[in-house]
Structures are given as structure tokens and as C-alpha cells.
Design a protein around this ligand. Structure first.
Ligand code: SAH
Length: 219
């Protein structure tokens, strides 16, 4: 009965993870912030489930971000939006501002990434590693644009199946002031997209900015 109990607990954890994950993709970032602040245990369950999903992938996208940063000057200031366990910050010598809804590690500044406590044009590289979650994606990316220096870099790693049409997504990004400079579509799990900030967002709604939610299957 011990193993039965353990299996039931596993199932419940898996179900809670999938529920929370779906909530994150179908709520605004403000609602997500409220959800997790009111329920830190839910945040912990989410992250355990997330780590377990990621362990099944052949490659962790955060490692690709780290590799990218190591090839560039250590003097570049980085902002990691939705940093999770701060893997990027722990793996590079750069100054990395880490933002998340709750602190999984002491480096995290707790905030909604749609509103980060950074000066305008203070960051060289912005990172969204599996973190473009809320329904208010435009607001979140406008915030990233605000803190990025002109000519700065935005790195987006996202689950491949979230893109309905990559070209449409890239042209939506262009309207938000981010020109696509390179894309690595070689992993069947995630895309790695690199953008340069060309200027301010156009300041109009960009309905083409859409990503499918990433819903994990029960296994
Ligand atoms: N970048 C990390 C974690 C990805 S999981 C990695 O690659 O390992 C997505 C993370 O985004 C979670 O930690 C979640 O809490 C965070 N997140 C989601 N919405 C957020 C928001 N509105 N503001 C800040 N962080 C958010």
C-alpha cells in the first residue's frame, strides 16, 4: 500500500502541475502573480512538475542561453524574465537581473514581468526562456523593450508547438520593435530566436502576437 500511496501522490502532483500550467497560459500576468502569491505551495508544485517535464527533453533551453551569453562580453547586463531557478544567472559572469513571481533562489526580484523595477534602456540582453506565458504578451514584450538599450538583444526560447505560424509571430515582434536576426529551429522541442531592438513599439494592439498555450500530456 506504500507504493500505491506513492503512486497516487505522484498522480495528484502531476494533475496539479498540469492545472497550474494551464492557468499560467490562460491568465494575465497579473492574475498569475495573484495566484502564486496567495499560494506559494502551488508555485513549488508547478516548478517540480516543470523540472520533471524538462528532464525528458534532450536539451535544456537555458543551457543554450548560457552558451550564447558566454560567447559575448561578460560586461553585458542581462535581464532574465521568468527566471525560475536562476540557472542562467548562476552560469555566467554577467550581471543578471532575475525576475519571477516568487523567489526560488535568493537572486530573484519578485515582480510581475509586465512591470519590472529597472530603468529604461538599462539592459543589453533580455531573456525569455520558456517564460512567455501570460495572455498579455504584448504588454510583457513592451516592458522588455522599455528596459532594453537601443540595439540590445532579446533572446526567446519557446516550445516549438506554441508557434502557429513563425513568420506571423516574427512580424508581430517587428511591430513591437524587435527585428529577428537569427533563429535556431534545429531542436524539435523548442525554438531559439534572437532579436535586436530597433526602436520603441508602435503603440497599437498587435493581434498577430499569439502563441498557443503549452499543455503537457498526462503520462
Ligand atoms: N526560465 C526558467 C523558468 C521557466 S518556467 C527556465 O528556463 O528554467 C516559467 C517561469 O516564468 C516560471 O518560473 C514562472 O513563475 C515565471 N512567470 C510566469 N509568469 C510570470 C510573470 N508574470 N512575471 C514573472 N515571472 C513569471
Amino acid at each position: 500500500s506504500e507504493t500505491l500511496r506513492a503512486r497516487m501522490e505522484e498522480r495528484l502532483l502531476g494533475a496539479r502541475f498540469r492545472y497550474l500550467n494551464e492557468r499560467l497560459y490562460t491568465s494575465s500576468s497579473r492574475e498569475a502573480a495573484r495566484l502564486f502569491r496567495g499560494d506559494p505551495e502551488a508555485f513549488e508544485i508547478y516548478h517540480r512538475g516543470f523540472a520533471r517535464q524538462l528532464a525528458r527533453w534532450p536539451q535544456n533551453p537555458a543551457d543554450r542561453i548560457v552558451r550564447y551569453l558566454r560567447r559575448r562580453p561578460a560586461s553585458l547586463v542581462v535581464a532574465d524574465f521568468g527566471c525560475g531557478d536562476c540557472k542562467v544567472a548562476r552560469s555566467v559572469p554577467n550581471q543578471v537581473h532575475c525576475f519571477d513571481l516568487l523567489p526560488l533562489c535568493p537572486r530573484v526580484t519578485v515582480c510581475d514581468m509586465a512591470q519590472v523595477p529597472l530603468e529604461a534602456e538599462s539592459v543589453d540582453v533580455g531573456v525569455f526562456c520558456l517564460a512567455l506565458m501570460g495572455t498579455n504578451l504584448q504588454e510583457i514584450l513592451e516592458e522588455a523593450n522599455r528596459v532594453l538599450k537601443p540595439g540590445g538583444t532579446l533572446l526567446v526560447a519557446e516550445v516549438a508547438s506554441r508557434f502557429e505560424n513563425l513568420r506571423t509571430f516574427l512580424s508581430a515582434m517587428a511591430q513591437l520593435g524587435f527585428r529577428s536576426v537569427s533563429k535556431d529551429l534545429s531542436s524539435s522541442f523548442f525554438y531559439l530566436l534572437e532579436f535586436t531592438k530597433t526602436g520603441a513599439p508602435r503603440g497599437r494592439p498587435v493581434p498577430a502576437l499569439r502563441l498557443r498555450p503549452c499543455l503537457y500530456k498526462r503520462r
